[in-house]
Design a protein around this ligand. Structure first.
Ligand code: NAD
Length: 433
């Protein structure tokens, strides 16, 4: 994801930020909190509590490099809120990881889990390191040492990490192994996104793309469009983009454009998505299979029914929001629309279905994985997909009724649903002592 500009804004400054294109992740998360709170009659003390993380762990991680030298990296785990259940969120390995970014992304996870009504709170963590500069052995040592440093603060009932940028199922398997070795018992539920052979769930990898496709189908239904008459452009052909594209294609939509970092394939009559390898199957191969290549910028402004940005953050901006020609934007990536662009699209009556709902299939199947782990019982792929559909429909129904009741944008409706659930839980539990 394109890194969002880090701001020098102090953590203690809790006023909602101005909506700008250079907003940091933390500012965005706080601004959304205050926007949603403005629509609800909730105790300001609860809003004040949600404005801050519960805890942020900062650790140093020394590792021995392959040449025998020692390097020390900094790792974080920001635990935002756990009123509804254990903290949940990814661990990323990226040079731009900072404390504030983890706090902001942890807040997003709180909203995402709440809008999906999952019994989890929000967290995010990571190590400020370039994983491309680590050998496999170095990455394993880094992960095991990070797990050890965080051991007292994670666990199936405390905080459950998952893969994110720069980490993958293998990283989660090492983390689970390191934790289990120290605990003296195999504890698969400490992380999700593991390989199925050590307690990972079937369908986890495809889940964010599947939820994007399900939500796109529900949007079309809501606005009386037949999927068979719907054209779709999708930026990014990785885990989220390719899975969403293939499902929508299979369900009858016409996918006219897909892209990777090199550019976009454009077929006005529809792309046979199964014939184009995804990022995972053959990295950055989309344009090699294309007869007509257009740029990623052109893809974003195609006159289609549905636009799915599923590659990077901050791609729909003040610069191009006026040129977006789609009727609906379904956010596959995290944070693809800047705040300013969001306001422009709202003024232009373009419905934007927010990331915290559309791509939440990932954390939802992570929840299923955690259930399978603690119950020691694996589910079939069919069961995972059926239950995901049920959860997506329920979340959609809740957001749709808020959208209709409050006459707000889809994004605001999703945040209002999330915040009201959080506020009710805080209200019921009270402030201790
Ligand atoms: P991925 O690495 O599998 O695929 C990314 C795709 O984007 C690739 O096709 C790549 O070529 C393309 N891309 C990279 N840079 C680009 C650029 N400058 N312009 C156009 N395309 C570009 O990643 P992913 O897992 O599919 O994640 C995509 C987005 O979805 C990210 O924002 C991620 O945070 C978000 N997301 C992922 C998951 C998940 O579990 N995979 C869950 C929720 C949200």
């Amino acid at each position: 994801m394109a890194s969002k500009t880090e701001s020098a804004r102090d953590e203690s400054d809790d006023a909602p930020a101005e909506s700008t294109d250079s907003e940091s992740t933390l500012e965005t998360a706080r601004r959304q909190l205050h926007r949603a709170a403005g629509h609800l009659d909730i105790d300001q003390n609860i809003v004040e509590r949600l404005n801050y993380p519960k805890k942020v762990h900062e650790v140093t991680i020394p590792i021995e490099r392959d040449d025998g030298s020692v390097d020390v990296f900094t790792g974080y785990r920001a635990q935002h809120d756990s009123v509804r259940g254990p903290f949940k969120g990814g661990l990323r390995y990226h040079p731009d990881v900072t404390r504030d970014e983890c706090v902001g992304l942890g807040m997003w996870m709180t909203w995402k889990c709440a809008v999906m009504d999952l019994p989890f709170g929000g967290a995010k963590g990571g190590v400020a390191v370039n994983p491309k500069e680590l050998s496999g052995g170095e990455k394993e040592r880094l992960t095991r040492r990070f797990a050890q440093e965080l051991r007292d603060n994670i666990g199936p009932n405390q905080d459950i990490p998952a893969p994110d940028m720069g980490t993958d199922p293998q990283t989660m398997a090492w983390l689970m192994d390191a934790y289990s070795m120290q605990e003296g018992e195999t504890t698969p539920g400490v992380v999700t996104g593991k390989p199925p052979v050590v307690g990972g769930s079937e369908g986890r990898e495809e889940a964010p793309g599947r939820s994007v496709a399900i939500i796109t189908q529900l949007v079309c239904e809501y606005y009386d469009r037949r999927l068979e008459d719907t054209t779709v452009a999708i930026q990014g052909y990785g885990s989220v983009g390719a899975n969403a594209a293939r499902l929508l294609d299979e369900w009858g939509a016409t996918v006219v454009a897909i892209s990777d970092v090199n550019g976009a394939m454009y077929e006005p009559d529809g792309i046979e998505t199964a014939a184009v390898p995804s990022h995972d199957e053959e990295p950055e191969a989309v344009t090699a299979y294309a007869d007509t290549v257009i740029s990623n910028d052109e893809l974003l402004t195609l006159d289609v029914d549905v636009l799915v940005p599923a590659a990077l953050g901050n791609v729909i901006t003040e610069e191009n929001a006026d040129a977006i020609a789609a009727d609906f934007v379904v956010e596959g990536a995290n944070g693809p629309t800047t705040s300013t662009a969001d306001s422009i699209l709202a003024e232009r009556d373009i419905a934007v279905i927010p990331d915290i709902l559309a791509n939440a299939g990932g954390v939802t199947v992570s929840y299923f994985e955690w259930l399978q782990d603690i119950n020691r019982r694996a589910w079939s792929l069919e069961r995972v997909n059926d239950e995901l559909e049920v959860e997506m429909q329920a979340a959609w129904d809740a957001v749709r009724s808020e959208f209709e009741r409050s006459d707000v944008t889809w994004r605001d409706a999703a945040y209002i649903v999330a915040l009201s659930r959080l506020a009710d839980a805080h209200e019921a539990r009270g402030l201790w002592p």
